[in-house]
Design a protein around this ligand. Sequence first.
Ligand SMILES: [Zn+2]
Length: 346
Amino acid sequence: MNLEDFLRGTAKPIALLGTAAYLTASVACNNWLFPPPTASIPPNSIPAAAVLQEENLAVIRKYQPKLADIIAAQPWYTDRLTQPKKIYADIGLIKVGIARPGAGYLGDKVMLDGKERDIAIIYDAGLEKTANYAAATIKRDLPKIQSFTNLPISWSMIAVNIQLGPERVAAGHSLAGIAKIFLSFPNYDVDIRDIILHEGGHTVYEQDSKTSPIWYRETMPELAGVFASDGEQGLVKRLSLLEYPGRPPLIRTKPLSQFTLQDHINGEAEHVTRGIYLLIKFRKSAGEDNFAAFIRDTDTLKRTRQITDADLREQMLLHTPDQLKSNVAAMYDLEVFGTETQTNQK
Ligand SMILES: [Zn+2]
């Protein structure tokens, strides 16, 4: 789903917002599920966008003056008042959150990629403990998630909306300078660290991103989360669980390229398990630096256009030492396309 279409109300996010949107911690979706703002703005209506920004900020100021000051100081906010071609509705979404009856606000900061970024947590009444826990987790773990590949961070603020809801829904994303995490649970008795790790991973690995294959999109935050929790040892351990001697072969119901968003929403986990296997194996073969360069170049590419399984293959091989290219290609083709091509190349 395209976020801008969603916010304008022209997309149909039924699959994500309907009763099927019961997402487990490890396979939560990365789409942004804040309720759309009530005002509807015609596309490309630049003056209206700037006016809406100011109106939204005025509402936020009424409830949380401190948060309004922080927003007004963000580069993405001042940019959009002068160059409002970027998406304009983000603070409308914060407004929707903050204006809920009894909503609380918690401000903090996280040092990330060499710069301090604002954390704004908006939470339903009674969820203060969860909000504090979320802030602490972001401060401790998001820098580790970023350091996994040293991917540059383009946002200056992370807004986290924590609310009570009938279903478990979690989402993370970043766009035009602001990162967002949305968590909606019937209750918060569960440990939400893994969920914040995963959705926080999306704010790092899904920045201003066009679509990419679902297996890749959902594997990277999960893999970075393993690294944030347990470092290199965590990756080694995860791989050993997937291929210890005598273990039966990984269950491969279909090639990774055939997994769909609907599989993911249905709670399928195979594409993530096998994605983790493929990416750790690649990292082990090509080395940490090549892996990080692969992630960075792929990130650059997917900011400009939708990327495909063929793009990922090409990027991977570009960052593989020559003598290993045929092995990496064969492994990729088997997992992603289900074909056993190119195994004879030396
Ligand atoms: Zn996800």
